[in-house]
Design a protein around this ligand. Structure first.
Ligand SMILES: [Zn+2]
Ligand SMILES: [Zn+2]
Length: 138
């Protein structure tokens, strides 16, 4: 809690219970949930919190770089409490999103820089496949 308080203070964010709840939830999960999923997960503890409030809290947290928004395609937004640059993979059957760990893409931008006169600022890497549990269902 102290940690969140100081992080929010540093970002000059008002500590609203909704923002704290959304941030804490994202910190605690590696599932890359959608706004809808976050809303449902927080319902029991925050029965008065609306989906619109969840969206607003997410937007604010993205703006101050406390969380990242992933657009895995067709306006399918997912949220990640891990703001470091890391590649993601989505299952095309069940839609779940996972991190790809243990791969170092830190020199990717400089590699790509050699092939363009754009100044590279960032990149987002998404891979698509079939997860183990969906594969086992077949
Ligand atoms: Zn799957
Ligand atoms: Zn991630």
């Amino acid at each position: 809690m102290d940690n969140i308080t100081s992080i929010f203070r540093e970002k000059k964010l008002k500590l609203t219970p909704q923002r704290i709840a959304v941030y804490k939830y994202l910190e605690s999960t590696k599932e890359h949930p959608s706004a809808e999923t976050i809303y449902k997960a927080l319902q029991p503890a925050y029965p008065t919190m609306s989906l619109a409030t969840v969206y607003k809290a997410l937007k604010t947290l993205v703006e101050v770089d406390l969380i990242q928004e992933l657009n895995v395609g067709e306006g399918n937004f997912r949220y990640d409490g891990n703001v470091s640059m890391h590649p993601h993979i989505q299952c095309i059957c069940c839609g779940k999103v996972d991190d790809i760990e243990g791969l170092d893409f830190s020199n990717l931008n400089s590699e790509v820089q050699k092939h363009t006169d754009y100044e590279i600022l960032t990149n987002k890497l998404y891979f698509y496949g079939v997860c183990l549990s969906c594969k086992n269902l077949k």
